[in-house]
Design a protein around this ligand. Sequence first.
Ligand SMILES: *Cc1c(COP(=O)(O)O)cnc(C)c1O
Length: 793
Amino acid sequence: MDKTAFLKELNETLKNKFDSNLKNAPSWQLHDAVSEAVMGLIDDNWDKSRKAHLASRRACYLSMEFLVGRAVYNNLLCLGIKDEVDAVLKENGRSLADMEDIQDAALGNGGLGRLAACFLDSAAAHDLPLDGYGIRYKYGLFRQTIEDGFQREYADDWQRYGDPWSRRCDTQAVNVVYSDMTVKAVPYDMPIIGFGTKNVGTLRLWQAEADDEFDFTAFNDGRYEEAVKAKTAAENISKVLYPNDNFDEGKVLRLRQEYFFSAASLADITNKHKAKFGTLDNLYEYVTIQLNDTHPVISILELMRILVDLNGYEFEKAFEITRKTFNYTNHTVMQEALEKWSTKLVEKLLPRVFKFALMINERFYCEMYKLGKDKKFIKELAPVDGGQLKMANLAVYASSYTNGVAQIHTEILKADTLKGWYELYPERFQNKTNGITQRRWLALCNEELSALITRLLGSDAWVKDLSQLKALEKYADDDKVIDEFISIKQLKKQQLADYIFAHDGIKIDPNTIFDTQIKRLHEYKRQLLNAFSILYIYFGLKDGSIKDFTPTTFIFGAKSAPGYRRAKAIIKLINEIARVVENDPATKDLIKVVFVSNYNVSYAEKLVAGSDVSEQISTAGTEASGTGNMKLMLNGTVTLGTYDGANIEIAEEAGEENNYIFGARVEDLEKIMPEYDPRKLAFENDRINRVINVLINGLVTDGGVPSDEEGSFEELYKALTDGASWHVPDHYYLLGDLEDYVATKLRVNKDFTDKKAFARKCWLNMCNAGKFSSDRTIKDYAENIWKISPVTV
Ligand SMILES: *Cc1c(COP(=O)(O)O)cnc(C)c1O
C-alpha cells in the first residue's frame, strides 16, 4: 500500500465531503473517508472479478438475511493493510480503534444470516465465483436495551451516517410487479473482499423504490397524494427486517419482501445470461442458485414465469431448466418455522406466479400416481394442500439438491421431516455441516491468539487453511505454550470485562470462570434451563449441598423477537436472578450473572474470544447446526452441551473427554416424551421443585400482572407443568435434563481449578476446529452441489 497516497486520499475526502480534517473529524467521517479510500483501492479488482464470475459457471446465493456485521476492520484485514492503515492514522493522532462505535450492518437475525455472510467471505477468499443476493433493509435487526431487566427495542438506523461500503447501480434497476403495484428494485452492491487474493465477490442488496414513471404521470395529473402514497407503499417493502428467528409469521408484507428480492434477483440473473447467450436454454449450465432456507423459494415460480410467459418455453422444458438451476438448504425441523403461505394470499398478490404453483402441483400429482403412491403419501408431500403453499415441499420437488446443515440434522430430515422426499429422491439429499470464517472469528477478533498460532506454525497459512491447526496438538503438553495460551485467554477476558463495563456498565471479574451463552432467545435453545441451573446452584450453595464452587460469571447475550412473550419473560427472569444472587451475601462472591445488551456480531467477536465455557444446550434434535458453538471452540473454549446439531461433530473432532456433553439424546427423547410427566418429576424432587417454584413464589418479579392474563413468569411455570394448547408440558425437556446438566456444570467448575489441565482441553478444542471453517463447507458446496471452480482475476 502506498501510505502517502492513502493519507492524501483521506485528507481530500474529509476536506471535500465534510469540510473537516484528520484531527477533528468525528469517527463516522473518518470511517467514511477510510472506506472510500479502500473502495478506491479495490475498484479495479472488483470490476475484473465481476467479469470473471460472469464469464464462468457461477453460483448465486439467495438469502433473505446477510448478517455481515461491521465491514471496515474485516475489509482491511482481508486486504492485508490493517496494520498499515492503523499506523497512518496513528501518525496523525487517530487510530482504527476510533471506529469501534461504527454500527454493524445487522441485516439478519442470527445464525442463518451470519452463515450467509461467512459463506461469501470463504468463497471470495478461495476465488470461487459466488455472489449473494438479498434485501437492503432500511432498518436492520432492532437495537436492544435492557431497562429494569426488560428488553426494549429501538429502530436500527444503520445507514444514518451513510453506507460507504455500498455502490448504488441505477442502471441495473429492475421492476417487480405485484397485482396491486409495481415497484422498482435498485441494486446496491457491497464488495466481499477475498483474503490474500485479488478476487472480490459481490453482495447485491435490493432496495425498493417507487417507479419513476408512475410518479411522473401522477404528479402531472395532479394526483399528488396518490403519488406520495405509492412511493411510501413501495419503500415499505424494504423498510424493515422481520425480527423473528426460526418462526413463520405469514404476513403479507413478508411475502412481498420474499417475492421482491426473488424476482429482482431472477430478473438480474436471467437478463445477464440472455445478454451473453441470447437464450435461457443453457441457463443451468452457467448458473446455479442456492436457496438459503425457504424464504427465496418463490424464485422457483418466478423462473417458471420468466421462462414460460416471457420467453415462450413449454411448461415441461421450463420445469427441467428450473429444477436443474435451483438447490435448497433446509435450516430447521421445527414445525413453527416451516413456511406455509395461504394460497388465497399468494393468489391475490401474485396471481400469475401462483398459477405456476398449481401447475407444478398437478405435475407432482401425475408423477406420484404413475409411481403408484398412496393418497396419504401424496398429500403430505404436495406443494399445494389444504389451502396452503408449502414452501419446503415446493423446494425439494423443483430443485436438484436438498441439504441439511449438520450430520444429525440431515439424518433427521431424511428420517422424519422430509422422509417421503428422501424415499422418492435419495440422490438429492446431501449434508453440508455449517462453518464459520476464521478470518473474522479468529484472525480479526483474537489477534493475540492468532499471533501465537502463526508463530508456532511458522506461517499464517492457517488463515486460509484451518486444518493446519491440527499440527498444534503436540503443544498440548508443552508447559510454555499452554502458559502463554492461558495468559492470552486471561487478556481476552480482561478486554471483554472492560468492554462489558464500557458498554453495559457492569463490572465482572476476569479471574472467575466466564461461562457464556450467546444466541437468539428461544425456548428450544433453553436459556431458561441455564437460568434454572444457576438457581439450582444458588440454592445448593446456600443449603451447603454444593461446596468448593469456583466463582463463575454467567454471561448471556440474546435478542428476543419483540412479540415473543415467553422469550421476553426469560430475559427478565435472568436479570431478576442476577439481582437475587448479587444481593445475597452467601453467593455474591461466587456467582455473577450478566445479561449484555444488544448482542450482535461485533459484541460476539469480543465474547467468543473472552470465554472459558461455551453453553450449547438446545434440546436434542432441535438446533439444526449452530455456528456460535464453532466460534467459541475456535477461540479455545470447552463446550458444555447436548448431543445436538454440530455439537456432536465438535465433540467428535476435539474428543468427548475435552468437552462436557450431557442430557437426553434424540433417541432417548423418542422413548421418554410420550410418558414424560414434568409435574410429577418436580413433585418427587425437592431440588427441582424449589427451582421452578421461583417462578411463582415471589422471590423474583416479572414486573406486574397484566389485567387480562396471568403474569409472564406464571405463564412460564404453566408451560412447564400444564403445557399449552399447542404443546405438552415442558416440551423442551428442561426439567428432565436439569440434574444431569447441573452435575456436568459442576464438573466443569471443578475441572477449572486445575488451570493447566483445563487450558489443555481448551487448546485441543482450538486445534481441532479445522473442520468448522466455512472454507471447508463452501468447497463442499462448490464441488458436490454447485460444480463451480475457482476463477483467476
Ligand atoms: C454466530 C451468531 C449467531 C448464531 O449463534 P448460534 O449460537 O449458532 O445460534 C447469532 N447471532 C450472532 C450475532 C452471531 O454472530
